[in-house]
Design a protein around this ligand. Structure first.
Ligand code: GLN
Ligand code: ZN
Length: 773
């Protein structure tokens, strides 16, 4: 190990990497198009990394003590680890070219090869590329990128800290490749993988890195293939080996995204030099702290107190954060101020927002502000609380201003939520609803879509022109009406049974509603990476939520006026609206969800008054918000299902409520899905060839169900026979009168040619199976 030099007292676990104006996105996409060379892309990336380091120094992180993390990524941090380990799946053996060519092939696939699967990173809306491991996956340390960054930083006069997803988390997030033998699990290769990590550490030490950060969020999750206690044992096994390596940087082991308090003492005893704990989602082990056991475990080990929230955009309660850190320091633990997790989940800088009110801006902290807070708190630890009293007092004032500001607490909204109970969440029995809905005349194996039709260049252009003021409201509305009419006629021609208006007016399924509801604000530059080069701009839910006016009624009613067939009203559910926004942290999520639910309830009322008979309330994020901590899951499912039912519970028996969930792995939450009490639920199923229907059948699911028969994630057109086959598979587990026929998800990312061909085949397939019955 290199000479002991402690970790700086201020650090962050990671920083946004797409660039303040999404420079990296543009650079990468231009490289993909062949407009720039790899050398040019590498130069842009280097420049972005240098700017980031300089900015972090400017914001108060020291140039020494490895305070600055090398959290840059061309696409994804798990994919970075795959490359660093040389764990290229066998099916990519034919891919040649530079490391970066191979990297992007894994991320994006090519004509012959499907890309690595993407899935959500813990309970965030960030997606990582899933490693594929089997008994024979080759492993070979490839430290080039990591080493290059350390060297680059040193040339800039900065001692930086490379960051790698840790070995246990890496393998627990991997899946067994198709070539793996039965019973094989990627974690079986822990010892092999740890040996490669040891080599990577050796290379980093040789390059002069004083510290390395290994992220092990698996430590806080109950949703992985092994129980949490076993994960801890695996971490102990892996780090005993890494810690014993003679030639390595000092190790910072992190446990972001949740509560590690139960594991913290044992982590402190590992042969690593620093351990991070998320003290926003998690807590301090109070008993071990009071007894001195925690301090004993941390003898010679620094504790990075993750007191600044990396998941949200609110200004930190500095006084509270400081007292948490002070408690540790007072207990004799060498304490470092840090963030709860990487700041990759928050936008860059509040100062980049011109449209937000000055008052709201005073309550916010994006990545740059959070780095400043970390630096302030660290100064307090070193110099004493008095040295940062001005900053503490400023925060107090901002928090007090927020607590009493107009709109944050609105009595009328609160009393309305308080007055609701179970009756508002219960509809009449399923049978009564089926009878009342018979008039809809919906056939067996009814065909429909999930809501959106392709968002064409023309739609985007019209929206941009309207935003810039080049066309007025009347012109824009006229354009949207024509679009809706076209989509309705198209669906009639194709022969779908239940139609949609196509969602052309929506920029995004959450932001559209956020812009129309009170209690929300939207940002101009608040981009957050969702995956690869994709970023979203979550809205900010800051106050009590209410609906000043109907939001979707005019569009849905117009669409319905054009056709005899039923048109589905289309809303985004309360849980999804929360999941894909930055939500206030000053009250339970449940209270906020219920406010959103009441706004949606009123919208459904108005849709029905306008002649709409079927309303779909999408909840694609229901699974995503499931807490990592098993102890918290039941309470979550209870309030999330409750808020959906509050939104939909006012619909009369003759109104058919649909919902849509975007994923196929919902074994874990099947009771909750049933509990939504929707008349019809559409789900993703095509890629897993209807795997979901068996558990649903076993569960005795009695309501309508639409397992997707058309994988909308690629431009490929599924044939009639292929879709008919999937319908038949579903019909083997689910009675025909319950089955609906639909694609996996919305069509907004597809083009019209493939959409028309695929939906035509879908309708034919449904007819074929119907007639054979
Ligand atoms: N109704 C939405 C659409 O079709 C649903 C999108 C989603 O599930 N993410 O686009
Ligand atoms: Zn979906």
């Amino acid at each position: 190990m290199s000479a002991i030099s402690p970790l700086s007292q201020a650090t962050i676990l990671g920083y946004p990497r797409i660039g303040r104006r999404r420079e990296l996105k543009r650079a990468i996409e231009s490289f993909w198009k062949g407009n720039t060379t790899e050398a040019e892309l590498q130069a842009t990336a280097r420049e972005l990394r240098a700017t980031t380091r300089a900015r972090l120094v400017e914001l108060g992180l020291p140039t020494v003590g490895s305070a600055i993390p090398e959290s840059f990524s061309f696409y994804d941090q798990v994919l970075d680890a795959t490359l660093a380990l040389g764990a290229i799946p066998g099916r990519f053996a034919s891919v040649t070219g530079s490391d970066l060519d191979i990297y992007f092939s894994l991320a994006r696939g090519n004509d012959q090869l499907q890309p690595l699967e993407m899935t959500k990173w813990f309970d965030t809306n960030y997606h990582y590329s899933v490693p594929e491991i089997d008994e024979n996956t080759g492993l070979k340390a490839n430290p080039a990128q990591l080493v290059a960054q350390v060297t680059e930083a040193r040339e800039q006069g900065i001692e930086s800290r490379p960051v790698i997803v840790g070995p246990v988390t890496y393998l627990l997030l991997a899946k067994a490749s198709d070539d793996a033998g039965e019973g094989f699990a990627p974690i079986d290769r822990l010892d092999d993988v740890v040996a490669v990590y040891a080599e990577l550490l050796g290379a980093l030490a040789a390059a002069g890195a004083g510290w390395v950060q290994l992220d092990e969020p698996a430590l806080v999750s109950d949703s992985l293939s092994v129980p949490r206690a076993e994960t801890l044992a695996l971490v102990e096994r892996a780090y005993a080996v890494l810690g014993a390596a003679t030639n390595r940087p000092q190790i910072l082991l992190t446990a972001p995204y949740g509560d590690s308090s139960q594991a913290l003492e044992r982590l402190g005893k590992l042969p690593v030099e620093a351990v991070q704990a998320d003290l926003v989602r998690g807590s301090l082990p109070t008993a071990a702290l009071a007894s001195g056991d925690l301090a004993a475990a941390f003898t010679g080990t620094q504790l990075v107190a993750g007191v600044v929230d990396g998941r949200n955009i609110w200004r930190t309660d500095l006084r509270r954060a400081f007292s948490q850190a002070e408690q540790l320091q007072t207990a004799g633990i060498s304490t470092v101020i840090g963030t709860s997790n990487s700041l990759q989940h928050v936008p860059h800088d509040v100062a980049d927002e011109q449209q937000l009110s000055a008052q709201l801006k005073g309550w916010l902290a994006f990545a740059d502000q959070k780095v400043g807070q970390v630096a302030t708190l660290a100064r307090g630890l070193v110099e004493g609380a008095a040295a940062i009293e001005t900053e503490l007092a400023d925060t107090d004032a901002a928090l007090a201003d927020r607590a009493q500001a107009a709109g944050v607490r609105v009595d009328g909204i609160r009393s309305r939520v308080a007055a609701t109970g179970q009756p508002e969440r219960d509809r009449v029995t399923e049978q009564e609803r089926r009878d009342a809905q018979a008039d809809l005349g919906i056939p067996q194996l009814a065909t429909t879509t999930i809501g959106s039709f392709p968002q064409t260049t023309e739609i985007r252009k019209a929206r941009a022109a309207f935003t810039r003021g080049e066309i007025d409201q009347a012109q824009y509305d006229g354009f949207l009406r024509e679009e809706i009419e076209r989509v309705i006629r198209l669906q009639e021609e194709i022969g779908l049974d239940v139609l949609v208006h196509g969602e052309a007016e929506r920029n995004d399924m959450v932001q559209y509603f956020a812009e129309l509801l009170d209690g929300f604000a939207v940002t101009e530059n608040g981009w957050v990476q969702s995956y690869g080069t994709r970023a979203t701009r979550p809205s900010i839910l800051w106050g009590d939520v209410s609906r000043p006016a109907p939001m979707t009624v005019a569009w849905s009613a117009f669409a319905q006026s054009l056709t005899e067939r039923p048109v589905k009203g289309m809303l985004t559910g309360p849980v999804t609206i929360l999941a894909w926004s930055f939500v206030r942290d000053d009250q339970p999520l449940e209270d906020t969800a219920n406010q959103v639910a009441l706004a949606l309830r009123d919208e459904i009322d108005d849709l029905v008054s306008a002649g709409i008979k079927i309303v779909q309330v999408d909840e694609p994020a229901l699974r995503e918000l499931l807490p990592l901590d098993a102890d918290r899951q039941a309470a979550y499912l209870d309030w999330s299902v409750g808020s959906f039912r509050l939104a939909t519970g006012g619909a009369g028996a003759d109104v058919q409520i649909h919902t849509h969930l975007c994923y196929s792995e919902f074994g874990e939450i099947i009771d909750a899905v049933d509990g939504l009490d929707a008349d019809v639920t559409s789900i993703e199923a095509a890629r897993s060839r209807m795997d979901v229907v068996v558990p649903l059948g076993d569960h005795g699911y009695s309501r309508g169900i639409g397992p997707g028969v058309y994988d909308i994630h690629s431009p490929r057109v599924p044939s009639t026979e292929e879709q008919a086959e999937l319908i038949r598979i579903a019909a083997a587990s689910i009675p025909g009168q319950q089955l609906w026929v639909n694609p996996d998800c919305g069509l907004k990312t597809r083009g019209y040619d493939e959409t028309i061909a695929s939906l035509t085949n879908l309708v034919r397939a449904a007819r074929e199976v119907r007639e054979a019955a």
